[in-house]
Write a protein that binds this ligand. Structure first.
Ligand SMILES: [Zn+2]
Length: 239
């Protein structure tokens, strides 16, 4: 495998039907992403108000999960999207591990990652410790932007580089990432929810970002799992 010093990865939460349009964009531009699903909520319909706009929050049907996300990574987001710091230990474990096992069945491969559900304080040391020690999850993403491309040292409190709604930050990070010629492996990690493209009406702006980032022979385009858990893309001694 060719060795890279730069990797780009995306993470999208909740498994909503807008993921289908997002996947078409990712596939058109050769991007790889991870989708964090709540297995016990699949198929449920709903609506949300975001940015003053009512938008659909309909979950992907369980029978469509495998084919829809083919070529990308399916990861966990707990069974029912509770605030994990409010739950007792055993319920934290159950929410994470039963979701992971149910999604593994739907995906047809072992699911190894997750994103903590909810805003605000959605994880703490206790929760991260339970995920690390009592579940099969090998990484867990937070919602705290690092604004950095440096690889994260704690994969159970994994910080993304930036949230996609931080538009100006994203755009300056894209320019910095494209211009960089790092000596050591660097990871650009963008996350969000696909329903936010509807609420903020920025599908086209996002496509512009993908266009800019696509087709670079010095960037490895990988799922979270490929970027975080494998050293194949940067060579064995890179980190
Ligand atoms: Zn969520």
């Amino acid at each position: 495998m060719k060795e890279f010093r730069k990797a780009l990865t995306f993470s999208y939460d909740d498994g909503v039907r807008q993921d289908e349009r997002l996947l078409a964009l990712f596939n058109a531009y050769g991007m790889k992403a991870t989708f964090n699903l709540n297995s016990a909520l699949l198929g449920k319909e709903g609506a949300l108000v975001r940015n003053g706009v009512e938008i659909r929050h309909d979950k992907v049907d369980p029978e469509k999960v495998r084919s829809l996300y083919r070529g990308h990574e399916i990861a966990g987001h707990t069974l029912t999207h509770p605030s994990l710091p409010l739950l007792p230990d055993e319920e934290v474990r159950r929410q994470v591990e039963e979701d992971r096992l149910a999604l593994s069945d739907l995906a047809g491969y072992e699911v190894v990652g997750m994103a903590y559900p909810g805003g605000g304080q959605n994880h703490d040391d206790r929760v991260a410790g339970i995920v690390r020690e009592k579940t099969g999850a090998q990484y867990a993403r937070t919602i705290l932007s690092s604004y950095s491309f440096a690889p994260e040292t704690d994969l159970y409190k994994l910080r993304p580089t930036v949230y996609h709604l931080e538009f100006e930050k994203v755009e300056s990070l894209i320019d910095a990432f494209l211009a960089s010629e790092p000596e050591t492996p660097q990871i650009f990690y963008i996350w969000g929810h696909s329903y936010e493209f509807d609420a903020w009406d920025f599908w086209e702006r996002f496509e512009g970002w993908l266009k800019k980032l696509s087709g670079k022979d010095d960037i490895f385009y990988g799922t979270n799992r490929e970027v975080l858990l494998s050293d194949a893309w940067h060579g064995k001694n890179g980190l």
